[in-house]
Design a protein around this ligand. Structure first.
Ligand SMILES: [Ca+2]
Ligand SMILES: [Ca+2]
Length: 344
């Protein structure tokens, strides 16, 4: 098994030169569909994946490396991404297919795949020379951010991102260059073996389409944490993403800090919920539901921090104790520098 052997994140982001501001114009729209009170996220239990082994190869997808059989990428229309097989199996040739169409090699084991001009999804498959599918990469072609008008995309309220003049660390707060449209047809698609697109939408409104912005290192971090818990005899059948992406609009509505990592697509608030009651499970086995159960998850992040393969995934770790309206949870993000906080 070559898990993690090449797991790394190189560089902060692609296409910084293509950054587009979300237009911050105050236009009130008669459509109020998105102003209904948020519905709670349902836990997502992915069945038949608990035994899903890693792929026999690692794939470098742009600036990240995935060892998983199912992964995802987020690109702009017409954007070209380099894909490369890392650690191929001996005496095996690989081919890349996009929606069953063969993609020409750039060189052996390397392809430059160009996304179509229209937003949507493409299913990329890496197949070996016997035709076996070694890895599926769900490619999401985003709607460019310059199509946001009056803070909205197709009536979905995204809201204004902080102005560039307000941002001190421009490497850490990169405004989205596009948004992934989420609808009934694609919401069940996997972003990684255990996480689906629908888990990361902002908790605003109930109608489709919705839009999210996500960065792939978050998926790597979530999968690594999940695995680490399992390896430490804390079985995870169901890890709930209580909050993934938040639009600036929603983030402001709940009174969160302006520069929340959730707005920048690399944060998730999570807890283990194998019994499906939408509350953190008793992970430390003391019979009580307390912040100590969140500490069990946080400890795994600390362990991962010690490893070199984790280097590109460093970021925030917040530990939260239970309140009357919700259980304990942890916040993780991949902001690139360590940040720690604890809120009993
Ligand atoms: Ca539970
Ligand atoms: Ca406990």
């Amino acid at each position: 098994m070559v898990f993690g052997a090449g797991l790394s994140v190189v560089g902060a982001c692609h296409g910084q030169d293509k950054l587009q501001g979300v237009k911050n114009t105050q236009v009130s729209h008669p459509d109020k569909r998105n102003q209904v009170s948020p519905a709670p996220h349902e836990p997502v239990i992915v069945e038949n994946y608990s035994a899903l082994p890693d792929a026999g190869i690692n794939m470098k997808i742009g600036d990240i490396v995935s060892p998983y059989r199912v992964f995802s990428m987020f690109v702009l229309p017409g954007e070209t991404t380099e894909l490369e097989v890392i650690y191929p199996q001996p005496n095996t040739q690989y081919a890349l297919f996009a929606d069953n169409q063969s993609v020409a090699h750039a060189e052996k084991g390397t392809w430059n795949w160009t996304a179509p001009q229209n937003p949507g999804e493409k299913r990329l498959e890496v197949r070996d020379d016997k035709g076996n599918v070694e890895m599926v990469i769900n490619a999401f072609i985003m709607t460019p951010a310059d199509e946001v008008e009056g803070g909205r995309l197709k009536y979905y309220h995204i809201g204004p991102y902080p102005k560039e003049s307000e941002i001190k660390n421009k490497d850490m707060y990169i405004e989205p260059e596009g948004f992934i449209e989420v609808n009934e047809d694609n919401m069940e698609l996997n972003l990684s073996p255990h996480f689906k697109l629908k888990e990361f939408t902002s908790k605003q409104g109930t109608r489709f389409p919705k839009f999210v912005y996500l960065r792939s290192p978050l998926m790597l971090k979530l999968e690594m944490l999940r695995r680490e818990l399992n390896l430490n005899d804390i079985p995870v059948d169901n890890m709930v993403v209580m909050s993934g992406y938040r639009t600036p609009q929603y983030n402001r509505a709940i009174g969160n800090v302006k520069f929340s990592r959730h707005v920048y697509g690399d944060a998730a608030d999570i807890f283990v919920d194998n019994d499906g009651n939408y509350r953190m499970d008793d992970l430390n086995g003391d019979g009580n539901h307390t912040i100590k159960d969140a500490d069990v998850m946080a400890k795994m992040i600390s362990e991962l921090n010690k490893r070199s393969v984790y280097k590109g995934l460093i970021g925030g770790l917040g530990v939260y104790g239970p309140k009357s309206h919700r259980g304990a949870f942890i916040h993780i993000d991949t902001r690139g520098v360590k940040a720690r906080w604890r809120k009993p």
